[in-house]
Structures are given as structure tokens and as C-alpha cells.
Design a protein around this ligand. Structure first.
Ligand code: PMP
Length: 448
């Protein structure tokens, strides 16, 4: 088997973005693929690696998206490719529930070891993030014998029926898709930038509201779980006010409610820790993982204390493909890479390089209302002007489009569509990061 030459870590624009071959493929997309599957940047990719995506027109784009926080170890990362190649040649599927295999065990052992908490743990593997969240709710209900699940404003947990109910944003995720699953309750997120009485009051007041709403509207004894992203992803990289996550988790423990951390976007070195919960020393009862876990292959996990995870009857969890051996091989290659290349340190180094540049933008442009995030999960929230926090989705779209045209893959996020988020692969070079930030600066200069 031939291994292609490594991709030169350089941005190269040979055509307009998207180029003619991408445009041709996109015409096929429009006639073959459901319009419900949207595309952010219709550039069709042929190869990718390091911090570069190579498109079908030969353009090389800088990747600040990682396929939405998935290719944390880089695209086609060598250890992932090696293990996947070997596995796919050995066997591709047996169904773990029929005749099992060691790779599944090794991934569960790694999850049990790497997730917060030193006690005995168990894991189960699935295909997508949404599926992991669904299963977290199943386990929590089974363990507690209670039904209610509390989720937060701005939350994103997936597009399946139960996870749509848990997701906060209507357009495009929920619009015309109801009715939604019952026994889901929503409470305010401790969102410092938009807290009505100011960020200094956010943690205390949000916690008080949380406690009072759950008590008055749901009842602690009816609540199976509280589900929270330790840094909200699609909702706009909202970092909860300091202490909030910890207090919610502790309060859950006091009331026999399971605290579920959805670390699907934040997990696996993205924020400079294996899991974002570690930042406040929070040990969740259950933790969902996906995205970065397997370097791009579809895999998700649910991990929790042994007595919680083992309460479910045999056959109650699983699925045909969950923990597919090829995806497990990819996960083992990803985790090996994260350890060998110390990607937590790399995420912190990326923060040290990128954050000051974003802060400079905020100092220069009054439309940059907030700079936030952690590690290689950083964002700008754009507003009308200093002192007018009206979300500026128009400027966000313009900046994003400018970056795309210049061959920088950026993503937007946020309930109001006014957040530019940066999620570079941790394999990106400092040079490409700096060049991407130069383009972002040019985008602001050209768009304001
Ligand atoms: N939870 C979070 C926090 C996510 O960011 C996502 C994906 N954006 C999901 C759940 C759903 O994952 P998937 O798309 O793999 O179903």
C-alpha cells in the first residue's frame, strides 16, 4: 500500500474559493443530497492533514474547524491511519453484542482511566454524540427511577428526537420537528457576557435560579439528571461563570440527581485538559464523549461510576455498530497520539498564541463584545457596538465569508448566530495559526 506524500503545510489558492471542480460537485450535491443537510463552505476535500485541507481544485485551505472539533489529532493522523489499516484488513465487524473483540475493551479501559474520578468505572460505546447523550439519559433514568432531565439555555446535545428536546435552539435544529420528548426542563445558563445584572453576579444568581426552578417546577425527587456542557459548544462557546459547574454538580450529589457532563465537543485535549470538567475539579456521574475521541471515525462513549452503569439490564444498551472495531482502532491511535504528543500542552500553547491576537481584535473593534474559551476552543462574540449587546450576526457572516474566500475554514456558532469559533486541529503549526489569524484580522478590516 502506498502512503501519499505529506501535505505541505502551506495555504495555496489556485482558484477562487470554491473553485470550478468544487462548484461542479456542489451542483451534484444539490441534486442528490437532501436540502436538509446544509453545507457551510462548499469546497470539496480531497486530502487533509496537519492544519491543511486540500480541495479538488488543488487549493490548500487552513483548517480552523477540525470538522467541528473532531480531528483534534489532525486529519489522517499517522497512528490512526496505521491502526485503522491493520484493523480493516483483519476484520471490519462482528457486532460486539454477538462476538466481542479486544479493541472495544481497550477503548472502554482508556475512557475509564482518562475521565475524571478515581473510582471503578464502566463505559459503553455508540456511533454518534447524540446516541451517547440518549444513552446517558436512559442510564440515569434506570439508576434513579426518576424521569425528569434538566438542560440549559443555549445547550446543544444532538438532532435525534430526545436530543432535539434537550437542545435549546429552534432554528434549524427543532423547527417543524415536534412533538419533542417529554420530561425535559430548561434552566438559564450562567452566561457571564449576557447576564442581566453583570458578570460578577452571574455565578451566584444563575445557581440560585437553577436551584429554585428545579425545586419549584420539577421537584428534586423527580429529577433523574442534570445535563450540562462544561463549555457550551454550538451555543457559542459559553464558558459558565466560575464556580457554577461545580456548584451544580455538588447540588446534584446532595439530591441523588446524576450530573451528566456532555464533553462531546470539549473532551479529549480540546480545552487543554483531557476533559473540561477537570478545570473545576468536577467529577461527573456520567460523561458523554465523541468527536475528538477517534480522529474522525464515528465513535462515541458513555462513561460513569460502575454502580450506575451496571444497573441496566443486559441488552438494554448497545446497537449493531456501536464500538465498531475500525472506529475503536482509530480511537486507540488517537489516544496514543494525544499522550505521545502531549496534546493537552499543545492546546494550552495554542491558547497562548491565539488568545492575545483575539484580544487585540477586541481592543480595536467595538463590535467584538467578548473573547472567550479555553485551550484550542476559542471564540469571539460580535455585537452591534460597545454598550449595545444586540447580536451582530450580519458582521459574523461577513467575517466568516471573507475568511472562507481567503482559504481559511472558520465556523460560526451561537443561539444568535453571532459567534465566530476557532477549533483548529492540535496538529496545526504555529505558522499556519498565525497566518489564519492574519486573515481573520483582514476579515475584520474589510467587513466593518
Ligand atoms: N453534544 C455536544 C456538546 C455536541 O457538540 C454535539 C455535536 N455538535 C453533540 C452532542 C451531538 O453529536 P453528534 O453530531 O455526533 O450526534
Amino acid at each position: 500500500m502506498t502512503t501519499p506524500d505529506p501535505i505541505e503545510q502551506r495555504r495555496i489558492l489556485k482558484t477562487a474559493i470554491p473553485g470550478p471542480r468544487s462548484a461542479e460537485l456542489h451542483r451534484r450535491k444539490l441534486s442528490a443530497v437532501s436540502a436538509g443537510v446544509g453545507v457551510g463552505l462548499p469546497v470539496y476535500v480531497e486530502r487533509a492533514g496537519g492544519g491543511v485541507l486540500v480541495d479538488v481544485d488543488g487549493n490548500q485551505l487552513i483548517d480552523f474547524g477540525s470538522g467541528i472539533a473532531v480531528t483534534t489529532v489532525g486529519n489522517a493522523a499517522p497512528r490512526v491511519v496505521e491502526r485503522v489499516r491493520a484493523q480493516v484488513a483483519d476484520f471490519t465487524h462482528t457486532c460486539f453484542m454477538v462476538t466481542p473483540y479486544e479493541e472495544y475493551l481497550a477503548v472502554c479501559e482508556a475512557l475509564n482511566e482518562l475521565t475524571p474520578g478515581s473510582g471503578e468505572k464502566r463505559s459503553a460505546l455508540f456511533n454518534s454524540g447524540a446516541e451517547a447523550v440518549e444513552n446517558a439519559v436512559k442510564v440515569a433514568r434506570s439508576f434513579t427511577g426518576r424521569q425528569a432531565v434538566v438542560a440549559f439555555d443555549h445547550a446543544y446535545h444532538g438532532r435525534t428526537n430526545l436530543t432535539m428536546a434537550l437542545t435549546a435552539k429552534n432554528m434549524p435544529y427543532k423547527h417543524r420537528f415536534g412533538p419533542f420528548a417529554s420530561e425535559i426542563y430548561r434552566v438559564p445558563m450562567a452566561y457571564p457576557f449576557r447576564w442581566p445584572t453583570g458578570p460578577q453576579n452571574c455565578s451566584d444568581e444563575a445557581f440560585e435560579q437553577f436551584v429554585s426552578l428545579v425545586h419549584a417546577q420539577v421537584g428534586e425527587e423527580n429529577t433523574a439528571a442534570v445535563l450540562l456542557e462544561p463549555i457550551q459548544g454550538e451555543g457559542g462557546f459559553i464558558v459558565p461563570a466560575p464556580g457554577f459547574v461545580r456548584r451544580v454538580a455538588d447540588w446534584c450529589t446532595q439530591h441523588g440527581i446524576l450530573f451528566i457532563a456532555d464533553e462531546i465537543q470539549t473532551g479529549f485535549c480540546r480545552t487543554g485538559d483531557w476533559f473540561a470538567c477537570e478545570f473545576e475539579d468536577v467529577v461527573p456521574d456520567l460523561i458523554t464523549t465523541a468527536k475528538g475521541i477517534a480522529g474522525g471515525l464515528p465513535l462515541s462513549g458513555l462513561t460513569g461510576r460502575a454502580e450506575v452503569m451496571d444497573v441496566v439490564q443486559s441488552g438494554g444498551l448497545g446497537g449493531t455498530y456501536g464500538g465498531n472495531p475500525v472506529a475503536c482502532a482509530a480511537a486507540l491511535g488517537s489516544i496514543e497520539t494525544m499522550k505521545a504528543d502531549n496534546l493537552n500542552a499543545r492546546a494550552k500553547a495554542i491558547e497562548a498564541l491565539v488568545l492575545p491576537r483575539l484580544q487585540q481584535l477586541a481592543a480595536k473593534y467595538s463590535q467584538v463584545g467578548d473573547v472567550r474559551g479555553r485551550g484550542a476552543m476559542l471564540a469571539l462574540e460580535l455585537v452591534a457596538d460597545a454598550g449595545d449587546l444586540t447580536p451582530n450576526s450580519v458582521l459574523t457572516g461577513r467575517v466568516n465569508a471573507f475568511c472562507h474566500a481567503q482559504g481559511l475554514v472558520t465556523l460560526t456558532a451561537g443561539t444568535y448566530g453571532n459567534v465566530l469559533r476557532l477549533l483548529p486541529p492540535l496538529s496545526i503549526s504555529d505558522e499556519l495559526l498565525a497566518e489564519g489569524l492574519d486573515i481573520l484580522e483582514q476579515a475584520f478590516a474589510a467587513s466593518i
